[in-house]
Design a protein around this ligand. Structure first.
Ligand code: PLP
Length: 404
């Protein structure tokens, strides 16, 4: 276990494809993919491509082994039993699965508690459930420094709350949730907890059973894996009690024209031919992540965050939207430049070879709460270095000089 930064960066073909330097700071939208993941997908496609869980020929068995091997890698990364890992199309698909399947166990008047800083994918499925099933939806407010305000829990978490669904790490502010506090408060009223781990999973292995939550979701493409794949983890007894979301092949026990019985989890929730290649890629990404020394990576990433915060602190009219320091935060930094629209900042930065995201970050309620059109966001990965931050700061200085 070690952290050789230039060796790590060299594993990412797109970062070294040239011609000019690529300062990729849009990892919160989609991270880049190391050679090990590309190799694993190519190996599956060229040596084991067939359908999984269906055939008896050797390629079909190789495909099944590759798919189930990927599930085992994900389970190791999350420290969970393998049968508690459900593959879904992504984080959004996984939350929709919970909203349908766990949602089917809720009754009118039951409540789901989210927050004002959630990504739309952790708001809209619950609104759809509310409109479909008559549940009620509450939202925790957000503090001035962009954290979920847990001081509001006693007011908003009631005996009728059945699920608390919150971002583990905000995709806008980088703030990390105080999970033990939420888990204890939810347990006290008998509510389940779902964490949206889209922005946390790319920053190292997790011990989900120890977190004290019930559901966890994330996307492969933000965690150095392929598109079109994501994960839902839930405790076995919860999965067992949930009806399926999608119906079709593979998720059945027995089908007659009169009725159908369900396969046990996780297959109950994986109707149809699964995304085998993407799952193999995600398994390889989890294996790759598990091979890194994350305490070294985290101190590297956070030293870059500090460099960015310090640099922006010297820009007149620059404002950080989110925690001012490094405590309980991940390497996602949103900022504003007075008098310059975030899209114009991002456009200018592109001219400097710097990729960032600008806009509402699929968090319109948060933008509305702070009366913002949007922010400019830099989100980091282990392969970033000081040259990426310095290029961003150079571009910001140029934007201030030319656009104000
Ligand atoms: N949740 C958070 C916190 C995110 O940042 C994102 C994507 O940006 C999502 C959910 C949705 O992920 P996906 O579009 O991969 O389903």
């Amino acid at each position: 276990m070690s952290f050789d930064h230039s060796g790590l960066r060299a594993q990412f073909p797109i970062l070294n494809a040239g011609p000019g330097p690529l300062h990729y700071l849009d990892n919160g939208a989609s991270a880049q993919t190391p050679q090990a993941v590309l190799d694993a997908v190519l190996a599956y496609e060229t040596t084991a491509r067939a359908n999984a869980h269906r055939g008896v020929h050797r390629l079909a068995e190789a495909a099944t082994d590759a798919y189930e091997g990927a599930r085992a890698e994900v389970a190791r990364f999350l420290n969970t039993p393998v049968d508690e890992i459900v593959f879904a199309g992504g984080c959004t698909a996984a939350i929709n699965l919970v909203a349908h399947s766990f949602g089917a166990t809720l009754k009118p008047g039951d409540r789901v508690l989210v927050s004002e800083l959630e990504h739309h994918s952790n708001i809209v499925p619950w609104q759809m459930l509310r409109d479909r099933a008559g549940i009620e939806l509450d939202a925790l407010p957000v503090t001035e420094d962009g954290r979920i305000d847990l001081g509001a829990l006693p007011r908003l978490l009631t005996e009728r709350t059945k699920l608390v669904a919150l971002a583990h790490v905000s995709n806008v502010t980088g703030a990390a949730l105080d999970v033990p506090e939420v888990a204890a408060a939810a347990r006290a009223v008998g509510a389940r907890v779902l964490l949206d781990g889209a922005q946390r999973a790319p920053h190292g292995p997790l011990d989900l059973p120890a977190l004290g939550v019930d559901f966890y979701v994330f996307s492969g493409h933000k965690a150095y894996g392929p598109n079109g794949i994501g994960v839902l983890w839930a405790r076995a007894e919860l999965l067992e009690a949930m009806p399926p979301f999608l119906g079709g092949g593979s998720m059945i026990g027995r089908v007659t024209l009169a009725r159908t019985t369900w396969a046990p989890p996780p297959r109950r929730f994986e109707a149809g031919t699964p995304p085998i290649g993407p799952a193999v890629g995600l398994g390889a990404a989890c294996h790759w992540m598990a091979s890194l020394d994350w305490s070294a990576v985290a101190s590297h990433e956070m030293s870059l965050v500090q460099r960015l915060l310090d640099g922006l602190g010297e820009v007149p009219g620059a404002r950080i939207f989110g925690p001012a320091g490094l405590q309980r935060r991940y390497p996602v930094v949103s900022f504003l430049l007075d008098g310059v629209h975030p899209h114009d900042v991002a456009q200018t930065l592109d001219g400097f070879g710097v990729a960032v995201r600008a806009g509402h970050h699929c968090a319109q309620p948060l933008m509305e709460r702070f009366d913002l059109d949007g922010t400019t966001r830099a989100s980091l990965a282990p392969y970033n270095d000081a040259s990426d931050i310095d290029a961003l700061l150079k571009g910001v200085a140029h934007a201030v000089r030319t656009l104000r």
